[in-house]
Design a protein around this ligand. Structure first.
Ligand code: GRF
Length: 196
Protein backbone atom coordinates (compact mmCIF):
# COMPACT_ATOMS: atom_id res chain seq x y z
CA UNK A 1 0.00 0.00 0.00
CA UNK A 2 1.66 3.25 -1.10
CA UNK A 3 1.30 6.40 0.99
CA UNK A 4 0.17 9.65 -0.66
CA UNK A 5 0.80 13.17 0.63
CA UNK A 6 -1.65 15.52 -1.11
CA UNK A 7 -1.09 19.28 -1.29
CA UNK A 8 -4.05 21.58 -1.89
CA UNK A 9 -4.69 25.33 -2.03
CA UNK A 10 -8.44 25.46 -2.62
CA UNK A 11 -11.62 23.42 -2.89
CA UNK A 12 -9.89 20.07 -3.11
CA UNK A 13 -12.19 18.41 -5.65
CA UNK A 14 -9.16 16.60 -7.10
CA UNK A 15 -8.21 15.50 -3.58
CA UNK A 16 -11.76 14.19 -3.16
CA UNK A 17 -11.55 12.13 -6.34
CA UNK A 18 -8.27 10.62 -5.11
CA UNK A 19 -9.76 9.84 -1.68
CA UNK A 20 -12.84 8.26 -3.27
CA UNK A 21 -10.73 6.06 -5.56
CA UNK A 22 -8.59 4.86 -2.63
CA UNK A 23 -11.76 3.88 -0.76
CA UNK A 24 -13.80 2.11 -3.45
CA UNK A 25 -12.11 2.55 -6.80
CA UNK A 26 -8.97 1.97 -8.84
CA UNK A 27 -6.67 2.88 -5.93
CA UNK A 28 -8.32 0.57 -3.37
CA UNK A 29 -5.64 -1.52 -1.59
CA UNK A 30 -3.02 0.26 -3.75
CA UNK A 31 -2.75 3.70 -2.16
CA UNK A 32 -3.93 5.68 0.83
CA UNK A 33 -3.85 9.39 1.50
CA UNK A 34 -1.88 9.78 4.73
CA UNK A 35 -1.68 13.57 4.94
CA UNK A 36 -3.20 16.66 3.31
CA UNK A 37 -1.28 19.92 3.57
CA UNK A 38 -2.38 23.36 2.44
CA UNK A 39 -0.75 26.79 2.20
CA UNK A 40 -4.22 28.22 2.77
CA UNK A 41 -5.80 27.63 6.21
CA UNK A 42 -9.29 28.17 4.77
CA UNK A 43 -8.87 25.69 1.90
CA UNK A 44 -11.96 23.45 1.80
CA UNK A 45 -9.61 20.62 0.84
CA UNK A 46 -8.54 20.52 4.51
CA UNK A 47 -12.17 19.99 5.52
CA UNK A 48 -12.51 17.18 2.99
CA UNK A 49 -9.46 15.51 4.58
CA UNK A 50 -10.88 15.86 8.10
CA UNK A 51 -14.20 14.38 6.97
CA UNK A 52 -12.27 11.41 5.61
CA UNK A 53 -10.31 11.07 8.89
CA UNK A 54 -7.07 12.04 7.14
CA UNK A 55 -4.44 14.19 8.89
CA UNK A 56 -4.93 17.75 7.62
CA UNK A 57 -2.34 20.47 8.21
CA UNK A 58 -2.61 24.15 7.33
CA UNK A 59 0.65 26.06 6.93
CA UNK A 60 -0.29 29.72 6.85
CA UNK A 61 1.97 30.66 3.93
CA UNK A 62 0.97 34.33 4.01
CA UNK A 63 1.99 34.75 7.64
CA UNK A 64 5.06 32.52 7.72
CA UNK A 65 8.71 33.05 6.91
CA UNK A 66 9.43 31.30 3.58
CA UNK A 67 12.25 29.16 4.97
CA UNK A 68 10.11 28.14 7.93
CA UNK A 69 7.25 27.22 5.61
CA UNK A 70 9.52 25.09 3.41
CA UNK A 71 11.11 23.36 6.42
CA UNK A 72 7.72 22.56 7.98
CA UNK A 73 6.43 21.25 4.61
CA UNK A 74 9.51 19.07 4.23
CA UNK A 75 9.28 17.67 7.78
CA UNK A 76 5.56 16.93 7.50
CA UNK A 77 6.07 15.02 4.25
CA UNK A 78 9.07 13.08 5.62
CA UNK A 79 7.21 12.19 8.84
CA UNK A 80 4.24 10.99 6.79
CA UNK A 81 6.53 8.50 5.03
CA UNK A 82 4.76 9.40 1.77
CA UNK A 83 5.84 7.47 -1.30
CA UNK A 84 4.26 10.00 -3.67
CA UNK A 85 3.39 13.69 -3.40
CA UNK A 86 0.25 14.77 -5.30
CA UNK A 87 -0.25 18.45 -6.08
CA UNK A 88 -4.03 18.74 -6.33
CA UNK A 89 -4.81 22.36 -7.10
CA UNK A 90 -1.70 23.44 -5.16
CA UNK A 91 -0.54 26.86 -6.28
CA UNK A 92 2.89 27.32 -4.67
CA UNK A 93 6.31 26.21 -5.89
CA UNK A 94 7.69 23.07 -4.31
CA UNK A 95 10.82 23.64 -2.19
CA UNK A 96 13.93 22.48 -4.04
CA UNK A 97 14.86 20.13 -1.18
CA UNK A 98 11.59 18.25 -1.72
CA UNK A 99 11.91 18.27 -5.52
CA UNK A 100 15.41 16.79 -5.25
CA UNK A 101 14.50 14.17 -2.67
CA UNK A 102 11.24 13.10 -4.38
CA UNK A 103 12.42 13.22 -8.01
CA UNK A 104 9.83 11.53 -10.27
CA UNK A 105 7.55 11.00 -7.26
CA UNK A 106 5.73 14.36 -7.36
CA UNK A 107 2.61 14.48 -9.56
CA UNK A 108 0.79 17.68 -10.57
CA UNK A 109 -2.56 18.17 -12.29
CA UNK A 110 -2.87 21.02 -14.74
CA UNK A 111 -6.18 22.02 -16.38
CA UNK A 112 -4.84 22.30 -19.94
CA UNK A 113 -3.00 20.29 -22.61
CA UNK A 114 0.60 21.05 -21.58
CA UNK A 115 2.95 22.33 -22.81
CA UNK A 116 0.26 24.75 -24.10
CA UNK A 117 -1.26 27.14 -21.56
CA UNK A 118 1.18 26.34 -18.78
CA UNK A 119 3.75 28.22 -16.75
CA UNK A 120 3.72 30.98 -14.13
CA UNK A 121 0.36 32.64 -13.74
CA UNK A 122 -1.40 29.93 -15.75
CA UNK A 123 -3.69 28.38 -13.16
CA UNK A 124 -7.40 28.01 -12.51
CA UNK A 125 -9.63 30.31 -14.56
CA UNK A 126 -6.68 32.11 -16.19
CA UNK A 127 -5.99 28.94 -18.15
CA UNK A 128 -9.53 28.57 -19.47
CA UNK A 129 -9.80 32.25 -20.33
CA UNK A 130 -6.61 31.96 -22.39
CA UNK A 131 -7.96 28.85 -24.17
CA UNK A 132 -11.23 30.60 -25.07
CA UNK A 133 -9.40 33.78 -26.14
CA UNK A 134 -7.14 31.70 -28.39
CA UNK A 135 -10.26 30.14 -29.97
CA UNK A 136 -8.88 26.66 -29.32
CA UNK A 137 -11.00 23.77 -30.59
CA UNK A 138 -9.91 21.53 -27.73
CA UNK A 139 -8.52 21.68 -24.23
CA UNK A 140 -8.09 19.08 -21.53
CA UNK A 141 -6.13 18.09 -18.45
CA UNK A 142 -2.58 16.90 -17.89
CA UNK A 143 -0.96 15.00 -15.04
CA UNK A 144 2.81 15.37 -15.13
CA UNK A 145 5.83 14.92 -12.89
CA UNK A 146 6.46 18.19 -11.08
CA UNK A 147 9.87 19.77 -10.85
CA UNK A 148 11.19 23.12 -9.62
CA UNK A 149 9.39 25.03 -12.37
CA UNK A 150 5.67 25.55 -12.97
CA UNK A 151 4.09 22.94 -15.23
CA UNK A 152 7.22 21.49 -16.82
CA UNK A 153 8.20 17.87 -16.14
CA UNK A 154 7.33 14.81 -18.24
CA UNK A 155 3.69 14.04 -18.94
CA UNK A 156 2.10 10.97 -17.32
CA UNK A 157 -1.46 11.17 -18.65
CA UNK A 158 -3.30 13.73 -20.76
CA UNK A 159 -6.97 13.73 -21.85
CA UNK A 160 -8.72 16.10 -24.28
CA UNK A 161 -12.12 17.77 -24.16
CA UNK A 162 -13.81 19.70 -27.00
CA UNK A 163 -14.10 23.50 -26.82
CA UNK A 164 -17.17 24.89 -28.56
CA UNK A 165 -17.42 28.32 -30.15
CA UNK A 166 -20.03 29.51 -27.63
CA UNK A 167 -18.10 28.22 -24.60
CA UNK A 168 -17.33 30.60 -21.77
CA UNK A 169 -14.17 30.04 -19.71
CA UNK A 170 -16.44 28.60 -17.04
CA UNK A 171 -17.95 26.10 -19.49
CA UNK A 172 -14.46 24.90 -20.37
CA UNK A 173 -13.41 24.78 -16.70
CA UNK A 174 -16.35 22.56 -15.82
CA UNK A 175 -15.72 20.18 -18.74
CA UNK A 176 -11.99 19.98 -17.92
CA UNK A 177 -12.54 19.43 -14.19
CA UNK A 178 -14.52 16.24 -14.92
CA UNK A 179 -11.51 14.91 -16.84
CA UNK A 180 -9.10 15.99 -14.07
CA UNK A 181 -10.98 13.87 -11.59
CA UNK A 182 -10.77 10.91 -13.95
CA UNK A 183 -7.10 11.04 -14.92
CA UNK A 184 -5.42 11.98 -11.61
CA UNK A 185 -6.22 8.67 -9.89
CA UNK A 186 -5.29 6.83 -13.10
CA UNK A 187 -1.93 8.64 -13.20
CA UNK A 188 -1.26 7.76 -9.55
CA UNK A 189 -2.01 4.09 -10.26
CA UNK A 190 0.24 4.15 -13.34
CA UNK A 191 3.17 5.66 -11.38
CA UNK A 192 2.74 3.21 -8.49
CA UNK A 193 2.73 0.28 -10.91
CA UNK A 194 5.97 1.60 -12.40
CA UNK A 195 7.51 2.04 -8.92
CA UNK A 196 7.18 -1.63 -8.10
C1 GRF B 1 -8.36 22.66 -10.83
O1 GRF B 1 -8.74 23.21 -12.07
C2 GRF B 1 -6.94 22.17 -10.92
O2 GRF B 1 -6.57 21.73 -12.20
C3 GRF B 1 -6.17 23.38 -10.62
O3 GRF B 1 -6.85 23.92 -9.51
C4 GRF B 1 -8.26 23.76 -9.76
C5 GRF B 1 -8.99 23.47 -8.50
O4 GRF B 1 -8.74 22.17 -8.13
N1 GRF B 1 -4.79 23.09 -10.40
P1 GRF B 1 -9.38 21.52 -6.80
O5 GRF B 1 -10.89 21.58 -6.92
O6 GRF B 1 -8.90 22.36 -5.63
O7 GRF B 1 -8.85 20.14 -6.81
Amino acid sequence: MKKLAVLVSGGGSNLQSIIDETKNGILKDIAEVVIVISNNPSAYGLTRAEKANIKAVALDYKNMDGKDYDAKMYNLIKESEADLICLAGYLKKIPEKIVNEYKSRILNIHPALLPKFGGKGMYGHFVHEAVVKAKEKKSGATVHFADENYDTGSIIIQKEVPVYEKDSADDVAKRVLVVEHEIFPKAIKKVIENLE
